[in-house]
Design a protein around this ligand. Structure first.
Ligand code: LLP
Length: 421
């Protein structure tokens, strides 16, 4: 359940009619529901109730400061993957002790920033990274808390571009070599081993891969403890999928995911961290766009929108499905049509949906892309010199622009022409 519903014939975000926001900020724009974000975070807290745990929001999914502040105020930690994300989390008021630093290619500069600013743990993904972190920590007179991300070689059965836990992927240390790496880490004075980290992929719609991966992590934890390591924390990553196609998908619920966690690692008396991104933010956001033209092609109708693949890249990049619904609720029995829904960008990949059956639309109508709150705004670009679109948050009957639309001048003036040109 989310808080984007038709009321009195128009789509509302919580208690605000979407057309009202469109009139105030122009289209296209992203729109988030604070109530939905909070509710999704709570679902994970409830799923892990009774276990010592911290939900670290994977802010790569949505890193708007207002979203981070909302999460942080509810007690969430953050999973960050760059100095930029770390600094944004801090700017949103998240204390360092609630921030975990993931990512396969942290630079020494990024390590320094996090160590100086305060960090809960680094999820280290390779031996060279371990050596670098040890050196940076020692140079600062600090000890870095470390979990190693292990690669359990489990097929997460998701889109190839977002699978991370197979042996062929660039992520983590092969689980078969983990004991050796932990032994080496224990001898490095700049590191303190605190736990194990795993993340096998994103948009998982099946719990079995989690069960397999976490089982392997549990086995490793027992072995490492037997070898004298103080394994007291398990970071189980993110990845739980969401229903992108309302009509015919029902991925597992956080509570069921919580049961997998209890079953596999619940008896280890470890503090549990999880890093969900998509499930918290995905269905807490929509992208609102306007139909510019309805164009008749040789054998099909094109619905040409004012948003493009630069604003929401997921369909072009992952063949992802987003439900596209009219903002004005169609009357029962209203005419339906089949469209290729496209943006204005000069390439064919700028297609949001092919052969999509939906209510008949006309130029000027507003549409909403559902499930756009995660990996939407954060992946946007200014391709075709289209300024980034604004983000708006609703809470109850109020809304606020949480990132404004830059002016054309701002976009143009970021470039500089050298004096010799
Ligand atoms: N932790 C780590 C280490 C990750 O790499 C990711 C996602 C997450 C947590 C959060 O996963 P989630 O709960 O959101 O599934 N841009 C793609 C998704 C890329 C996910 C990358 N890593 C998309 O739009 O589908």
């Amino acid at each position: 359940m989310d808080h984007f519903i038709y009321r009195n014939g128009v789509l509302h975000a919580e208690d605000v009619p979407v057309p009202e926001i469109a009139a105030a900020v122009g289209t296209p724009f992203y729109l988030y529901s604070a109530a939905t974000l909070s509710r999704h975070l709570r679902l994970f807290d409830e799923a892990l109730e009774g276990l010592d745990h911290l939900v670290c929001f994977a802010m790569k999914a949505n890193s708007n400061l207002a979203v981070l502040k909302l999460m942080g105020d509810l007690g969430a930690g953050m999973d960050v993957v760059s100095a930029g994300e770390y600094l944004k989390a801090r700017a949103a008021g998240i204390p360092g002790e609630r921030i975990v630093f993931s990512g396969v290619g942290k630079t020494r500069e990024e390590m320094r920033i996090a160590l100086e600013g305060g960090i809960r743990q680094f999820n280290v993904e390779s031996e060279p990274e371990m050596e670098a972190l040890n050196e940076v920590a020692l140079s600062l007179g600090k000890v870095a808390p470390v979990a190693f991300r292990v690669n359990p070689d489990v097929d997460p059965r998701t889109h190839a571009k977002i699978a991370t836990g197979k042996a062929e992927n660039k992520f983590g240390i092969p689980i078969s070599r983990a004991a050796e790496v932990y032994a080496r880490a224990a001898r490095l004075p700049g590191l303190e081993v605190v736990g194990i980290d795993v993340h096998i992929g994103s948009q998982l719609t099946d719990l079995e891969p989690f069960e397999l991966a976490y089982g392997r992590v549990a086995e490793l934890a027992r072995r490492l403890r037997a070898e004298g390591h103080d394994i007291r924390r398990l970071d189980l990553g993110g990845g739980l999928g969401i229903p992108y196609e309302r009509a015919n998908s029902a991925p597992p619920l956080p509570v069921e995911y919580g049961e997998v966690i209890r079953r596999t690692v619940g008896d280890l008396d470890c503090e549990i961290e999880i890093e969900p991104g998509r499930l918290i933010a995905g269905n807490a956001g929509i992208m609102v766009s306007r139909v510019i033209y309805v164009k008749s092609g040789e054998d099909r109708e094109f619905l040409i929108l004012d948003s493009g693949m630069n604003d929401l890249v997921r369909p072009a990049m992952y063949e992802a499905h987003h439900d596209i619904i009219p903002v004005a609720e169609p009357a029962p029995g209203a005419e339906r049509a089949v469209y290729d829904v496209v943006g204005p960008i000069c390439e064919t990949g700028d297609t949001f949906a092919r052969g999509r059956e939906m209510p008949a639309m006309a130029a000027g109508d507003l549409v909403a892309f559902r499930s756009a709150g995660a990996y939407g705004a954060v992946m946007a670009s200014e391709y075709n010199s289209r300024p980034l679109i604004p983000e708006v948050m609703v809470r109850g009957d109020q809304f606020a622009v949480i990132r404004r639309r830059p002016s054309f001048d701002e976009m143009i003036n970021r470039d500089t022409i050298p004096p010799w040109l």
